[in-house]
Design a protein around this ligand. Structure first.
Ligand code: PLP
Length: 463
């Protein structure tokens, strides 16, 4: 059976060279409908093998037709760009192929994961009993925090199921995973109280207090609050310090979802946005969003490691055969076989230092400031964002943002999405690609304006 990794690595290098060249020449891949995809690319799987030449051609086609999430014109989701040292680390992972369940099978990679968790816990100011893990993403980090909170408030739930009326809290601008997680955890979506936000998209502390009182008066059991550092649409930062005081008073687990904006922990200039973070019970951030590590690189830290263990450990004699639980991370993670998502972040962090991470964060805020000022100072634009955010929400003239974003995509001009706050739709430009410079942001606006001018009659207008 042919299985020549060195030869395949040569092929990899050839393909990637073509891909990187193409990324510069054609930063937005030609939009392809699902029908076109099926009609133009042969994705079928056959009984007979493909010749080497046809295989190569097929891979090349797939690569060049893929949406280009690292190009300078991709602003569509909360990730973009690629940090080369993180990519290097991730490529190595494919070769080493450890499962992060036990020390016996992951060895030094357990130490690497622990080194990152230790550093993050120290940076945010947790005490010495903290722990952490690398879940599959922000949604899973939020889920794990909810499970720990649930098991802390009632130790019988793990075995008996949920019997009491447990109430969770989050802001109207929370990530949708909070609702899904409530359903998975047996809490029920209807038992997630949606707390109104202020005009800047931050959870209203006054409304929170009022709601907790109402629930207590009704005999319910408040147990969990999911606050956000960088809400998905507006990139608003909830007031952690004030919220923590309320949670502490009522014995509510406070999780800070920093999937988008939590990386401000690395910036001396912007860490004020999460003031009070040391008073949370758990915190997560995604290095795959704002730091340019490949998907997925999500870190969850928990103030008291025992809660991770309590909720996620299980007896498995066929797996845990050597070393103690401190070195067998399967006892504190959701999965059994778990991908090594730590090495890529370690290679990145080790090579550029914390100073390098800080530079990335500050640079992205500089790009956001440029975009903010641009929108704010041009009369054809309406701004919906606030300062100190990585998300610039705006409308251009009276164009309908939904139609405009969709036409920009269909015409392979720009990859950007739209968002909504209250009843207002707008274009959402996120500055989370650290390889971008002011030039790419200028080019974003110029491209958008040129497109609107040329297609003036084809774009719908807002009602
Ligand atoms: C605030 C917030 N939390 C959680 C998530 C989910 O993260 P993931 O996509 O890694 O599951 C997102 C994703 O955009 C987010 O913006």
């Amino acid at each position: 059976m042919k299985n020549d990794i060195k030869k395949d690595l040569d092929l990899f290098n050839t393909l990637i060279k073509d891909f990187l060249d193409e990324e510069i020449k054609v930063p937005v891949s030609k939009a392809m409908s699902p029908e076109d995809m099926h009609n133009t690319i042969d994705l079928s799987l056959e009984y007979d093998p493909l010749s080497e030449e046809k295989f190569k051609k097929s891979l090349r086609k797939i690569l060049l037709k893929s949406p280009k999430s690292s190009s300078g014109l991709f602003f569509n989701q909360l990730y973009g760009g690629r940090h080369s040292k993180a990519v290097l680390g991730d490529l190595l992972v494919a070769f080493i192929n450890n499962s992060m369940a036990t020390y016996k099978i992951a060895g030094v990679h357990v130490g690497i994961e622990q080194a990152i968790i230790k550093k993050v816990g120290d940076i945010i100011g947790y005490n010495n009993s903290f722990g952490g893990t690398f879940p599959t993403g922000g949604s899973m980090s939020n889920f794990m925090s909810l499970i720990m909170a649930r098991d802390k408030v009632d130790k019988t739930i793990k075995d008996e199921g949920v019997a009491k009326k447990l109430i969770a809290y989050t802001s109207e601008n929370t990530h949708y995973s909070v609702y899904k997680n409530a359903s998975f955890a047996g809490i029920g979506k209807k038992n997630v109280r949606i707390i109104q936000a202020n005009s800047k998209g931050q959870m209203s502390v006054k409304a929170l207090k009022k709601q907790i009182k109402k629930d207590l008066d009704s005999g319910y059991m408040p147990f969990y609050l999911n606050a956000t550092a960088g809400t998905t649409v507006l990139c608003a930062f909830d007031h952690v310090e004030d919220i923590a005081k309320i949670c502490h008073k009522h014995n509510i687990w406070l999780h800070l979802d920093g999937a988008f904006g939590g990386v401000v922990i690395f910036s001396n200039k912007y860490k004020k946005l999460i003031k009070g973070i040391e008073n949370t019970d758990s915190f997560c951030f995604n290095a795959h969003k704002t730091l340019g590590a490949p998907l997925s690189t999500s870190i969850l830290v928990v103030k008291e490691k025992k809660h991770l263990y309590n909720s996620f450990n299980n007896e498995a004699s066929y797996l845990y055969q050597t070393h103690n639980d401190d070195y067998n991370p399967g006892q504190t993670s959701f999965e059994c076989g778990r991908r090594n998502n730590a090495l890529k972040f370690w290679t990145m962090w080790k090579s550029i230092g914390t100073k390098g991470l800080e530079k990335i964060v500050d640079h992205e805020f500089d790009l956001a400031k440029y975009a903010f000022d641009y929108v704010n100072s041009h009369k054809d634009y309406t701004l919906y964002s606030f300062e100190q955010s990585l998300s610039i929400c705006f409308n251009y003239k009276d164009y309908d943002p939904v139609d405009l974003c969709s036409l920009l995509y269909k015409n392979s001009v720009l990859m950007v999405g739209y968002g909504k706050f209250r009843e207002q739709d707008f274009i959402r430009l996120v500055t989370i690609n650290a390889q971008n410079t002011i030039k790419e942001i200028e080019s974003f606006f110029r491209t958008l304006e040129d497109f609107c001018e040329k297609n003036n009659n084809k774009i719908k207008r807002k009602n």
